[in-house]
Design a binder for this molecule. Structure first.
Ligand SMILES: [Zn+2]
Length: 147
């Protein structure tokens, strides 16, 4: 049975809870459109490139290159003490693009920098604003380099 034939409940890898629960287990899942091959991160029930609804779920590489990045100088309240910090769109080695925090100073990041995805537990401030089910979700962070 492929992903698009399963019900869209919180166990489905095509929903955010399913995506983050896999991530907590160390697996980065992407949706791959059976029509056009677009990689959807996080996975979703229909393709944003072609509108196709046949989406297969496949493990994605945790390595890629910085595609675009910026510094967040005015973070939302829960992240206030952490600003400024760097966020980036990373193009994974599979071609899928994932937005996330980069654990590096803005000046140390360049377009094309190689990064690897890591996960960590939420901080106390982050936990204070998380919705109950999000408490089980890890924070994903890109680290510079391949290690
Ligand atoms: Zn598609």
């Amino acid at each position: 049975m492929t992903a698009h034939e399963t019900p869209l409940d919180s166990d489905s890898p095509l929903t955010l809870p399913g995506f983050f629960s896999a991530l907590a287990d160390g697996e980065l899942l992407g949706g791959v459109c059976a029509e056009c091959g677009e990689v959807l991160l996080p996975p979703r029930p229909s393709c944003y490139a072609c509108g196709g609804r046949r989406i297969d779920v496949e493990a994605q590489p945790k390595t890629g290159l910085i595609f675009s990045y910026t510094a967040v100088h005015t973070p939302p309240p829960a992240f206030e003490s952490e600003g400024p910090y760097t966020i980036a769109v990373v193009e994974l080695d599979s071609g899928g693009r994932l937005l996330g925090r980069v654990n590096a100073e803005y000046d140390d990041v360049e377009i094309g920098s190689r990064v690897r995805l890591h996960t960590r537990e939420l901080t106390a401030d982050e936990r204070s604003i998380a919705i109950e089910y999000e408490l089980e979700w890890p924070m994903h962070v890109f680290e510079l380099g391949d290690g």
